[in-house]
Write a protein that binds this ligand. Structure first.
Ligand code: C5P
Length: 235
């Protein structure tokens, strides 16, 4: 497979074309951002950790019958993905009170929700990724009613699978953000990544094992991601 022209550069990865029009070459970057890119730091080693963690998670999801864009990991920092058109939605699922949910409703972090809560954010750097509801999603032409229902159903299914994986390595899945894309056949499939960059994970002692270490200046981000990868490789 040949690496072609740069198609897109995001906050944490670069996407390149390949000699196959249906395949993109993804390179994870040693960069961490917070506050929608306002705070940006280079963190050596983060790209290899995220790429490996996300590859393992996507492989496990594929094995459970979830359709994803993941094809294969080709180096510690790179993977091949099926080309998709990303749906401009950040789909957040929450199992416990934390982060912006705690802040918005003036709640303490930690409580387990009676049932998972799904939220949509409109992916737009210019607008700071605003919180939007189903009607907005429909109005903006992002997805139809049926597609919104499918996105939610798939997100709940993904939650059940990844919650079990994280629990098997003694991590409580607090919340996560995922993204979906449309492939050439028009199917909506899981895309982007599943890593501690976009997933809140708390260990048995309540330590943050995710990007909150960076957001809240709690110590070495790579030490924590390294521990997550080490545990995942053991299962
Ligand atoms: O900040 P908030 O509580 O809304 O985040 C919910 C989940 O979505 C967290 O796991 C966080 O890491 C993830 N997230 C993300 N990218 C964003 C916003 C949130 O990955 N732009």
């Amino acid at each position: 497979m040949q690496k072609g022209e740069l198609l897109y550069e995001g906050k944490a990865k670069k996407l390149y074309a390949t000699d196959d029009e249906n395949v993109v070459w993804v390179e994870h970057l040693d960069q961490a951002t917070a506050l929608n890119g306002l705070r940006k730091e280079q963190i050596i080693g983060k790209s290899a950790l995220n790429n490996q963690i996300s590859s393992i998670m996507f492989e496990k999801l594929n094995a459970k019958g979830i359709k994803t864009d993941f094809i294969e990991m080709i180096s510690k920092t790179e993977q091949l993905n099926e080309k998709v058109e990303i749906i401009p939605l950040e789909v957040v699922l929450r199992n416990r009170v934390a982060g912006s949910f705690a802040k918005r409703f003036g709640l303490e972090e930690g409580e387990v929700l009676r049932n998972p809560i799904i939220e949509f954010y409109y992916k737009s750097d210019a607008l700071d990724d605003p919180f939007i509801n189903d009607e907005h999603v429909k109005y903006l032409g992002i997805a139809t009613d049926d597609e919104i229902a499918d996105l939610k159903k798939e997100t709940l299914k993904i939650n059940e699978i990844v919650k079990e994986i994280w629990a098997s390595i003694d991590l409580s899945l607090v919340d996560f953000k995922i993204e979906f894309g449309r492939n050439k056949a028009g199917e909506i499939i899981l895309a982007d990544e599943i890593s501690p960059d976009c997933t809140r994970l708390w260990d048995k002692e309540g330590h943050h094992m995710d990007k909150d270490v960076f957001r809240r200046n709690l110590g070495s981000l790579t030490d924590v991601y390294d521990e997550v990868l080490r545990r995942l490789q053991g299962v």
